[in-house]
Design a protein around this ligand. Structure first.
Ligand SMILES: NC(=O)c1ccc[n+]([C@@H]2O[C@H](COP(=O)([O-])OP(=O)(O)OC[C@H]3O[C@@H](n4cnc5c(N)ncnc54)[C@H](OP(=O)(O)O)[C@@H]3O)[C@@H](O)[C@H]2O)c1
Length: 306
């Protein structure tokens, strides 16, 4: 955690994880700036966070927006390629951001990656994350690289939308065997981990409970009192069905990369859990609201401010 008089820059302060990191920094008395393409989103910090655009195409403007800060908390990445923003573009933009942070004289980067990134991965998301990690380690900045699994919290998308499906449809299709695992981590626990560390480190940010995908779906169904029948489908059929519903809600619900990553057990860690909050207790406490509304990635990014 930076000293009280230091300035931190957090990407995406009005998004998901960034918001919780900012909240924690502000509660510790730090000054915070954010980089975002969505300055119009609801500002939960009452104007106390200074806002600049990402400015990837204008490096000197980006350096100016970082100058004077000590630590960059980087959440920037793309969940899936859409319109002009591909993984290659995200990687190039991250390089620009990293170089600008060095030029602006920042001391440290706290970077959100993903569990099990690999430059040999067949999945572009995991491959890109591994390349970014290598470049951060080679940079002049001290670094904490946090590798979360699925992050849950009020504003998350995956868990919320599993609940939305279970509330809305009579059937829920589990892709394949459903015995692949995931280890959800609470967004506030990720923010705590991001703020606490001062060493050069790469660490999985994972919750205390591991579920098979099917067990997680059944746990959500049980908490909601959903009567949806949970049945197995081939991954291909599950993706086709999610595409059809995706068209109805004008979103990309699940990508092939995400499904294959999940089914390959890439969202689970061999390390000791770092997060303390159990998914089960969070779900119980939030069962009245989770999944009441569909959470749309595309609406958040490209349509009305949400
Ligand atoms: N959410 C999860 O379950 C999860 C799991 C494992 C790892 N992670 C990693 O944790 C980090 C934070 O995730 P999050 O869910 O909290 O992300 P988020 O708030 O949706 O977005 C994080 C930042 O990336 C920018 N961004 C996202 N998609 C973009 C796109 N298509 N084009 C341009 N900019 C984009 C956002 O810009 P704006 O500020 O303009 O919105 C924001 O600054 C990411 O690096 C993600 O890969 C997330």
């Amino acid at each position: 955690m930076p000293a009280h008089n230091e300035i931190s820059v957090v990407t995406g302060a009005f998004g998901f994880t960034g918001k919780y990191i900012v909240r924690r920094l502000l509660s510790r008395g730090n000054s915070v700036r954010t980089l975002t393409d969505h300055p119009e989103r609801l500002d939960p910090f009452g104007g106390t966070v200074e806002v600049s655009p990402f400015n990837f195409a204008d490096r000197s403007a980006l350096v100016r927006s970082l100058r004077g800060a000590s630590t960059l908390y980087n959440t920037y990445w793309v969940r899936f390629p859409y319109r002009q923003v591909t993984y290659e573009e995200a990687l190039a933009n991250t390089r620009v951001l990293l170089g600008a942070a060095e030029d602006a004289g920042l001391r440290r980067i706290v970077h959100l990656s993903i569990t099990n990134p690999s430059e040999e991965s067949p999945h572009a998301y995991f491959r890109g994350k591994a390349i970014v990690e290598r470049e951060i380690r080679a940079s002049r900045l001290s670094h904490a690289i946090l590798r979360p699994t699925v992050i849950f919290g009020t504003e998350d998308i995956l868990i919320n939308n599993i609940a939305w499906f279970l509330r809305r449809f009579p059937l829920f299709f589990v892709p394949g065997s459903g015995d692949y695992r995931l280890q959800p981590v609470f967004v506030e626990d990720v923010a705590v981990e991001a703020g606490e560390r001062e060493d050069n480190t790469t660490i999985d940010a994972v919750g205390p409970e591991t579920f098979t995908f099917e067990a997680l779906v059944r746990r959500v169904a049980e908490q909601l009192g959903s009567r949806a029948k949970i049945i197995h489908a081939t991954p291909r059929l599950a993706l086709t069905l999610s595409d059809i519903v995706g068209r109805m809600v004008r979103d990309v619900i699940l990508t092939r990369d995400e499904l294959e990553g999940l089914m390959a057990n890439l969202l689970v860690s061999e390390s000791e859990p770092t997060g303390r909050t159990s998914f089960s207790s969070w779900l119980e406490a939030n069962s009245a609201t989770v999944g009441k509304r569909y959470a749309s990635e595309l609406a958040r990014r490209y349509r009305a401010a949400k």
